[in-house]
Design a protein around this ligand. Structure first.
Ligand SMILES: [Zn+2]
Length: 247
């Protein structure tokens, strides 16, 4: 059985820079009363996690739950803030809700998040989700999407997504994304990557994953630069304009 104390002991033994409180992540369809009880339990566990902590060289983040309900999100955030953590995470997103609901939770929590600690949204997301999350003032993300989708042949480009399995790429000698500077785009054609995928070569997964991770990291690099240059609104607009253009 995993307890808050055990979860912290394991993460201290692993030695990660950032460790997370033990929480419950209810599904998007959970009833209001269930989410209400669940967030109270997550708050009790958060306190126990903080008390169980022994190492001071790691950053312990609290997790805000509350489902898709604005009032419950506010209550959870208030609880977690009053305990006090090195950083604050929104959990319980990307669990089957509509995108509008996800963006609504980002929007309602953002003004209540502390200004002097990192803000992390767990388990998102698609490139447009990261663009929206940064727009709402969030800093950190994690997701399986770039790697899992790469293994299924779905590649992210500056003009939107492509499926490398598609017949359209059979004779295409161009790169995945002409605007991408990654090793894969500089070295291999879409036709070759499609061939590798169809032949069941593990190299297809490796090269596709390399490109998708490069895409995500580069997108975040560009977002950071746009914030520094005080032009994030333009950057966001340009991102959507490029996605809309057909390839
Ligand atoms: Zn690339």
């Amino acid at each position: 059985m995993l307890t808050p104390e055990k979860a912290i002991a394991i993460q201290e033994a692993l030695g990660a820079d950032i460790i997370m409180c033990f929480d419950e992540c209810p599904p998007a369809t959970a009833e209001y009363s269930y989410v209400e009880r669940s967030l109270a339990m997550t708050s009790r566990w958060a306190r126990r996690c903080k008390e169980a902590r022994r190492r001071e060289d790691q950053h312990l983040f609290g997790i805000v739950q509350g489902g898709m309900h604005r009032d419950l999100r506010a209550r959870s955030l208030d609880n977690i803030r009053s305990i006090g953590f090195d950083g604050y995470a929104l959990g319980g997103l990307s669990v089957g809700e509509e995108k509008e609901q996800m963006y609504d939770v980002m929007d309602c929590c953002s003004p209540m998040m502390p200004d002097d600690a990192p803000r992390y949204i767990m388990g998102i997301g698609a490139p447009e989700d990261l663009i929206e999350a940064v727009w709402h003032g969030y800093d950190m993300f994690d997701c399986v999407m770039p790697t899992r989708n790469a293994r299924n042949g779905m590649l992210f480009t500056s003009r939107g997504r492509i499926n490398i399995k598609a017949k359209a790429h059979e004779e295409d000698q161009g790169p995945i994304d002409p605007e991408c500077g990654c090793h894969v785009c500089r070295s291999y054609s879409r036709a070759y990557l499609r061939h590798l995928y169809r032949a069941g070569e593990i190299l297809a997964s490796q090269l596709n994953t390399y490109h998708n991770l490069h895409y995500y990291l580069d997108l975040m690099r560009q977002a950071r630069q746009a914030i520094r240059d005080d032009r994030y609104a333009d950057f966001r607009r340009e991102f959507y304009a490029r996605q809309a253009s057909d390839q």
